[in-house]
Design a protein around this ligand. Sequence first.
Ligand code: Z5A
Length: 222
Amino acid sequence: MRGKSIMATPPGIFISFEGSEGCGKSTQIRSLRARLEAEGGAVLVTREPGGTAIGEKIRHLLQHDDDGDAMCPETELLLFTASRAQLVREVIAPALAEGTHVLADRFLDSTTVYQGIARPLDYDAVVRVNRFAVGDCLPDVTFLLDMDSEAGRARAKAREGLRDRMEEEPPEFYETVRRGYLRLAEEEPARIRVLDADATPEMLAERIWKTLNDCFPHGLSR
Ligand code: Z5A
């Protein structure tokens, strides 16, 4: 056994946050990060697209419309998943392997819902591309912060993001996104935990912490 550690570092926990605009993902990620770090855990936060040099270039392409070119939904799908493929291999998988918890601000469920359900693309094709991009690197737990889509948009209005390029969609689009997420949660109830996001940040943070501890009753290291 010389040169080989008997006690291997347990892998970190992979937690993703999903939901429609303004549901409070970033706020809750900040809160959970602080709590995990206070308990002595190492934490990495990712946001999508981006997080690697290649991913940031892809983010720029998705965010800005420098030459006024219209981007077709197929290109959009491939850019989101290309950025994620790079992020998984360069950042997320190595971090988990060394015992760091990863908190992802959106992951593959965003693509399934926005590109596979809300946009006019073939659902099964989107699921296949999505799975190909991430391989076996899937979240252990996903928090779906669910709330009325219009109320969430009102919260998010002041913020700038990928909406720079993405056109303002009609209210039905955001309702489709919400229903799409709830459908995924019905299909994968063990992984996707639905929480009512129409609560104070503090109340929501408590529910997230409790759910996480219920999921990992023997502690947050594995
Ligand atoms: N997209 C896609 O199509 N396919 C993909 O694969 C991926 C993304 C990865 C994301 O843009 C767009 O990209 C999105 C899907 C698409 N939209 N479209 N169309 P983004 O990354 O720029 O934005 P976002 O992910 O939607 O995040 P956001 O607007 O920044 O919202 P958030 O992170 O969920 O919320 P927040 O920043 O924590 O809070 C928003 C505001 O509400 C802020 O002022 C807070 O102080 C406030 N807040 C937060 N929590 C509360 C509570 N509990 N009560 C009251 N107020 C609150």
